[in-house]
Design a protein around this ligand. Structure first.
Ligand SMILES: Nc1ncnc2c1ncn2[C@@H]1O[C@H](COP(=O)(O)OP(=O)(O)O)[C@@H](O)[C@H]1O
Ligand SMILES: [Mg+2]
Length: 276
């Protein structure tokens, strides 16, 4: 019998779930994050490496202790963080949303002072996502050639910096969920957060959409304030390639608004429009 399965009789009590995993309290102030089968081994390994690298670089986070499997499911053990995600906190404290989002933007800007180290290069990730995405080949080629002209940079990039991946703890905000981390340009990460806020998974009724657009602007301003000018001036330049890359795996929410956003970004960069 598999040693792993016999030694792992107790999974602990359920705490929360995200898109890729479920979290269990396993005692000793630790949690076990058990992944869905669809998550690749590479993503799990990256999440461990990046969370440790982020903590070592001074980013407020919880670094992985170890890979640990239970009942045949792959997992990672983390220190347990107290508190809720910023998403849940904002729902309970709607009048303080602006303050919380400003904090998030400041943390995002400060985080980008860390180097990406040995994490995969973001330009390569974007080029692959564009090439495997739905855009017609001439647009893909033009966008990848354009991407090559953008400045090289090796900041620590989170890749999934949204309200559900930041926790509000008694020790301040902590950034979690590093499976999409990379080394690259901070402006690309800021654009991705803007898209997650405006067009990411979650409610998309018109009132929420107004809130989303407001929150995305506020998050961007927080990031801009915390970032050096030489990084900030490139935000518009990264938008078309980050948006095209996002097309590969995006959910269908707010499609017309996202398409207008993409068209505008492509036009601004002098790239062809997406035919449809
Ligand atoms: N170290 C932790 N301590 C306590 N709760 C956590 C911790 N890490 C994650 N969580 C909770 O579990 C949820 C899912 O975790 P996350 O790492 O974001 O997984 P996913 O990759 O599925 O999004 C989070 O939104 C949060 O509520
Ligand atoms: Mg998450």
């Amino acid at each position: 019998m598999d040693k792993r399965t016999t030694s792992a009789s107790n999974t602990g009590s359920y705490i929360a779930r995200g898109a890729s995993a479920e979290l269990f309290d396993v005692g000793n102030a630790q949690v076990l994050k058990l992944f869905r089968d669809s998550v690749s081994d590479e993503m799990i390994a990256r999440e461990i490496e990046a969370s440790i690298h982020a903590e070592t670089s001074g980013v407020p986070t919880a670094a992985a202790f170890a890979r640990q499997d239970r009942h045949g499911r792959r997992g990672i053990v983390y220190p347990r963080l107290e508190g809720a995600t910023v998403m849940d906190w904002v729902r309970r404290n709607p009048m303080r949303a602006g303050w919380a989002i400003d904090q998030m933007g400041a943390i995002h800007g400060a985080m980008h002072r860390a180097r990406g180290g040995t994490l995969r290069p973001l330009k390569q990730v974007l080029a692959t996502d564009i090439a495997y995405g739905p855009a017609p080949v001439p647009l893909q080629r033009a966008a990848i050639a354009y991407l090559e002209t953008l400045p090289d940079w090796d900041a620590l990039i989170h890749g999934d910096f949204h309200l559900g991946n930041i926790m509000m703890t008694p020790q301040g905000m902590k950034v979690i969920d590093w499976s999409k981390a990379a080394a690259g340009h901070p402006a690309a990460d800021a654009v991705r957060s803007e898209m997650l806020m405006r067009f990411g998974i979650g409610p998309a009724d018109w009132v929420t959409n107004l809130w989303r657009d407001w929150a995305a602007g506020r998050l961007r301003r927080g990031w801009l304030t915390a970032s050096p000018d030489m990084v900030v001036r490139d935000i518009d330049a990264w938008r078309p390639v980050v948006a095209l890359a996002w097309l590969r795996a995006r959910e269908a929410g707010r499609t017309p608004a996202f398409m207008r956003y993409l068209d505008r970004a492509l036009a601004q960069a002098g790239l062809p429009q997406l035919d449809r």
